[in-house]
Design a protein around this ligand. Structure first.
Ligand SMILES: *[C@@H]1O[C@H](CO)[C@@H](O)[C@H](O)[C@H]1NC(C)=O
Ligand SMILES: *[C@@H]1O[C@H](CO)[C@@H](O)[C@H](O)[C@H]1NC(C)=O
Ligand SMILES: *[C@@H]1O[C@H](CO)[C@@H](O)[C@H](O)[C@H]1NC(C)=O
Ligand SMILES: *[C@@H]1O[C@H](CO)[C@@H](O)[C@H](O)[C@H]1NC(C)=O
Ligand SMILES: *[C@@H]1O[C@H](CO)[C@@H](O)[C@H](O)[C@H]1NC(C)=O
Ligand SMILES: *[C@@H]1O[C@H](CO)[C@@H](O)[C@H](O)[C@H]1NC(C)=O
Ligand SMILES: *[C@@H]1O[C@H](CO)[C@@H](O)[C@H](O)[C@H]1NC(C)=O
Ligand SMILES: *[C@@H]1O[C@H](CO)[C@@H](O)[C@H](O)[C@H]1NC(C)=O
Ligand SMILES: *[C@@H]1O[C@H](CO)[C@@H](O)[C@H](O)[C@H]1NC(C)=O
Ligand SMILES: *[C@@H]1O[C@H](CO)[C@@H](O)[C@H](O)[C@H]1NC(C)=O
Length: 560
């Protein structure tokens, strides 16, 4: 390991050396217009003519979270030793935070950004900014940008939306989400470190984005899956800070299929068990002093932690419950209140919000042993067997309600609600999928759009193009593919609405489809926008609202 570190160090030195040499011999005037001087270094960007963008793919935004700073919220970024004649080379990839075995680097708090061609002598108005959090269940993922960069089709869908996209890394799994009283009580450690990384990136944007032509007063946050859950977390954190918070770090929120697993208090039994099990699994349980287990974790080799973190996730996935172990927790400093209590108290923070969900996406998260059996009675048993594992605290009365709202013969009650088609033939897999979808993905999306100030307009969309599984919708806005030319209606309609939301705060203002095509209805009209194989239409939200209200009414048994 020491050997490897040595090599990595050498490699980095080599990079610095190369940067210096090329910068001194090959500094064209065009390049220097992409040299951005910040108070901690000079950062050189690049153009990509093939995609007509300017980009900075590697900018450090916090100190490396290593040594004593492992499991600790991000610390102020360290000065980079550059000069105007030898700037920091920003056009190279950065490492992912530690996750899969043998991959990533703890020194991972970097962000990348890109937008349409821009140089620092630009006189045009500052551009709206979109900060994107990656998905990956809070256990994996990376913000590293390639060419074409993520979300490129959302920028390129029209010339109208001049957006600046920012992709920050954040710590995942044990490195970003280790709960427990030892963490909460230690002055050199923080619960929700991964979410604090995101917040630090938002603070970086407030301080520095104008230097890249971005408008700090016009910031959207965006994400899909755990990236959407991250958006929920930032909204919840800002709202639960109440009037103690100063200037807002963002103004709009968009979440696609936000993954919002149960949120326990950092020192609840469930959280403490995670800490204790982890400590045991890496052999840090040998001593009994109050904080020495934590000191042991901080001193351990990164590979040992990564392997143990992965093993705990795999165990939990096998037991078919909801989470990947590592997830946001409630604490007294950042996530002070659960989402549900903000919804009930109507605490609000963003001025506009847009959320989407996919019809069948819950099925990605429920076990396949729920596939229909031959006998109906055993199907019923299987469903309740699963439900008891997924939500073990439900009371008998709650289960009666679940049976009413999610009946075994879904086609009877669910007419008009496409979701029920998933199990219209008495299918416990689809039925469990819908329960999971509502509790962990769709109701959080619905609830988040209720957290806006002054009754501002918000929007909900349901993506139903088969298979409409988790992440199916990313096809239309995240990656360059043939659909952008073969199916311009769906591309312009869906990616166009998202881009319009970021540019104007309203998905309909820069609408790219014909006037006859349905626009997005306000959530206050109790209708949602649907994306189907045939195009776009609207549908009543009444069924979903009824089910989400039920879950809200029993929220202590959900930990939502
Ligand atoms: C910056 O790094 C990239 C990727 O390693 C490399 O291709 C490029 O030549 C470097 N630029 C300079 C000016 O050193
Ligand atoms: C690149 O984008 C700019 C707008 O930022 C536009 O003026 C220019 O025509 C584009 N160039 C190409 C080759 O598309
Ligand atoms: C970007 O949009 C332009 C204009 O529609 C199109 O010609 C070009 O192919 C798009 N680029 C990519 C990489 O999709
Ligand atoms: C914050 O709220 C508390 C209680 O709601 C109130 O007493 C206090 O004056 C408020 N502070 C500010 C700065 O608005
Ligand atoms: C530490 O955990 C291991 C593995 O679970 C166990 O075998 C051992 O007895 C524990 N040691 C102490 C001191 O608790
Ligand atoms: C806790 O651990 C830190 C080192 O991580 C040490 O400096 C401190 O003295 C310890 N405190 C107690 C009460 O053991
Ligand atoms: C299962 O239920 C369906 C209708 O709900 C019924 O037609 C069928 O006979 C039942 N099968 C068994 C084995 O009970
Ligand atoms: C909400 O309305 C109040 C009173 O009109 C105003 O002071 C406040 O700035 C508004 N908030 C937002 C986010 O628009
Ligand atoms: C929001 O709307 C509700 C119901 O229409 C109303 O009671 C409330 O006063 C409104 N709040 C604001 C801040 O406008
Ligand atoms: C954000 O920028 C867009 C485009 O420049 C502008 O239309 C909008 O009014 C801005 N919003 C705010 C809140 O400044």
């Amino acid at each position: 390991m020491a050997h490897l570190r040595h090599l990595v160090g050498l490699f980095r030195l080599l990079f610095v050396f190369l940067t210096v040499v090329t910068a001194q011999t090959d500094a064209s005037p065009k390049d220097t217009l992409l040299d951005i001087e910040l108070d901690y270094g000079t950062f050189r960007g690049a153009h990509a003519p093939a995609y007509n963008i300017t980009y900075w793919t590697t900018l450090p935004f916090a100190a490396p979270p290593v040594g004593e700073n492992r499991f600790r919220g991000p610390q102020p970024v360290l000065p980079v030793s550059t000069t105007s004649s030898a700037p920091y080379n920003c056009s190279r990839p950065f490492p992912m935070c530690p996750q899969r075995e043998d991959s990533g680097d703890e020194d991972c708090l970097y962000l990348g950004l890109y937008g349409r061609p821009w140089t620092k002598d630009e006189k045009k108005p500052l551009r709206p900014v979109v900060v994107v959090f990656f998905g990956g269940g809070f256990i994996r993922g990376s913000a590293a940008l390639g060419l074409p960069p993520s979300a490129y089709p959302t920028l390129n869908v029209s010339d109208t939306n001049d957006l600046l996209f920012v992709y920050p890394n954040y710590r995942t799994n044990v490195f970003g989400f280790l709960p427990g009283k030892e963490i909460g009580e230690d002055p050199y450690s923080d619960t929700n470190a991964g979410l604090l990384d995101q917040k630090a990136a938002l603070q970086w944007v407030q301080k520095h984005i104008h230097a890249f032509g971005g408008d700090p007063d016009n910031v959207s946050i965006w994400g899909q899956s755990a990236g959407g859950g991250s958006v929920v977390a930032q909204v919840v954190a800002a709202a639960s800070a109440g009037n103690t918070s100063s200037e807002p770090l963002f103004h709009r929120a968009m979440a696609n299929s936000p993954y919002w697993p149960k949120t326990y208090r950092y020192n609840a039994l469930e959280s403490q068990r995670i800490y204790d099990n982890f400590v045991q699994s890496v052999g840090c349980n040998k001593t009994s002093e109050a904080n020495s287990t934590l000191a042991c974790l901080k001193a351990l080799d990164v590979q040992t932690l990564r392997t143990a973190s992965l093993a705990m996730t795999a165990d939990r996935e096998a037991t078919a419950t909801s989470s990947y172990v590592w997830a946001p927790v409630l604490d007294d400093t950042f996530l002070r209140k659960p989402l549900s209590s903000l919804v009930r108290d109507k605490d609000a923070v963003v001025t506009s919000a847009f959320a989407t969900y996919n019809t069948h996406e819950g099925e990605n998260f429920v076990p396949t042993w729920l596939f229909p059996k031959k006998s109906n009675s055993s199907d019923e048993d299987e469903f309740h067997n699963w439900l008891a594992r997924y939500l073990p605290d439900l009371m008998a009365n709650d289960v009666v309600q679940v049976n009413k709202l999610y009946p075994a013969a879904g086609d009877v009650v669910g007419k008009g609600d496409e979701a029920y088609a998933a199990y219209s033939a008495n299918n416990p897999f689809g039925r469990a999928g819908l329960v999971y979808r509502d509790v962990t993905l769709t109701c959080p999306a619905y609830w988040m759009t209720g957290l806006t100030q002054n009754n501002s307009t918000t929007w909900i969309a349901e993506y139903s193009i088969a298979p409409a599984k988790h992440a199916s919708d990313t096809y239309w806005w995240n990656t360059v593919n043939k659909a952008q030319t073969t199916d311009p209606i769906h591309y312009h309609g869906y990616a166009g609405a998202i881009a319009s939301f970021f540019a104007t705060g309203d998905p309909n203002v820069h609408k790219l489809t014909a006037p006859s095509v349905d626009s997005l209805p306000d959530r206050s009209s109790e209708r949602e926008w649907t994306v189907t194989a045939d195009g776009f239409s609207t549908r009543s939200l009444a069924q979903l609202e009824k089910r989400c209200n039920f879950w809200l009414s029993i929220v202590p048994r959900l930990s939502a």
